[in-house]
Design a protein around this ligand. Structure first.
Ligand code: KIV
Ligand code: NA
Length: 263
C-alpha cells in the first residue's frame, strides 16, 4: 500500500491531478474514505458543529481534537491525516509549538491553522522543526465573530489583494497546503497559480488543486447545507458509494460545478 505524503500531493499539483479531502471524525468513516480514494483525512474543528452540537468552532478544545484524531488514526492506514488546531491554540508561536506537538503525537501527519500574515512566522517555525502545516484563508470560521457571519471573502479588490499576499507569505514560510474557503473562483484560481504548495478548495471553484467537503454534508446530515456542498448519498445509495462518487467527481472535474461556486 502506497502512503499519501506531502510529496504525493505536490506531484499531483504538478501533474494537474485533482486530489480529494474529507473532513471526518471517527475510525469507520476514516477506513471507508481511504478505501474510496480519499487522499487526505481532515479532523476539522468543524467537529464542534458536526458532532458536538456547538453553534461555531470557537468552543472546540485540544482534548476534543485529540480524542477524534486518535480515532481517525486507528481507522486509517494509507491516507494523510491532517488535524485542525482549535481556536487560540496557536495564538503565539510558543503555544503553537506545544499544541502542534500534541496533535502530531495523537496521529496526525500535518496540522492546519487559520490566518494570513500574522501566522507566517509560526508556520515557518513549525515547518522548520518537522511539522507540515496547512494554512486556511478566506472564510476562517474561528473568526466568525470578527467577520460578522459566514460569508464569502475576497470579493472586493482590496481584500482579494490581501488574500493573495497572505497566500504567498504562507508559501514562503514553508506551508505545505492551503485551504481556500468561500472565495470567488477566479481568486482561488489566481492564488493556486501563484503558490508552489497545493491548494484545497471548499466553495472556491474547480481550479483549486484539491477539494474538501465535510462528511455530514456529503451524507445529507446537515439541516441547512451550504451552497458549496453536495449530498452524494442520494444518487449513490450507500456510504461507500457516496464517498466514491464524491472522489470520482473531484478527480474528473465534475465537482464542484458552477452552482457550488462563487463569482
Ligand atoms: O473544520 C473543517 O472541517 C475545515 C474544513 C471545512 C476545511 O476546516
Ligand atoms: Na476547521
Amino acid at each position: 500500500t502506497k502512503l499519501v505524503t506531502v510529496n504525493t500531493l505536490r506531484k499531483m499539483k504538478a501533474d494537474g491531478e485533482k486530489f480529494v479531502t474529507v473532513a471526518l471524525y471517527d475510525a469507520p468513516m476514516a477506513a471507508m474514505a481511504q478505501k474510496c480514494g480519499v487522499q487526505v483525512l481532515l479532523i476539522g474543528d468543524s467537529l464542534g458543529m458536526t458532532v458536538l452540537g456547538y453553534d461555531s468552532t470557537v468552543p472546540v478544545t485540544m482534548e476534543q481534537m485529540i480524542y477524534h484524531i486518535e480515532a481517525v488514526a486507528r481507522g486509517n492506514s494509507k491516507s494523510l491525516i491532517m488535524g485542525d488546531m482549535p481556536f487560540m491554540t496557536y495564538a503565539s508561536t510558543e503555544l503553537a509549538m506545544h499544541n502542534a506537538t500534541r496533535i502530531m503525537q495523537a496521529g496526525a501527519h500535518m496540522v492546519k491553522l487559520e490566518g494570513g500574515a500574522w501566522v507566517a512566522d509560526t508556520v515557518h517555525k513549525l515547518t522548520e522543526r518537522g511539522i507540515p502545516v496547512c494554512g486556511h484563508l478566506g472564510l476562517t470560521p474561528q473568526s466568525v465573530n470578527k467577520l460578522g457571519g459566514y460569508r464569502v471573502q475576497g470579493r472586493d479588490a482590496a481584500s482579494a489583494k490581501t488574500m493573495l499576499r497572505d497566500a504567498k507569505l504562507l508559501d514562503e514560510a514553508g506551508a505545505d497546503l492551503l485551504v481556500l474557503e468561500c472565495v470567488p473562483s477566479s481568486l482561488a484560481e489566481d492564488i493556486t497559480a501563484a503558490v508552489s504548495m497545493p491548494t484545497i478548495g471548499i466553495g472556491a471553484g474547480k481550479d483549486a488543486d484539491g477539494q474538501v467537503l465535510v462528511i455530514n454534508d456529503i451524507l445529507g446530515l446537515t439541516e441547512h447545507p451550504p451552497k458549496f456542498s453536495k449530498n452524494f448519498l442520494i444518487e449513490a445509495g450507500d456510504i461507500p458509494g457516496a464517498l466514491l462518487k464524491y472522489s470520482d467527481d473531484v478527480k474528473n472535474g465534475v465537482f464542484p460545478a458552477d452552482e457550488h461556486s462563487f463569482e
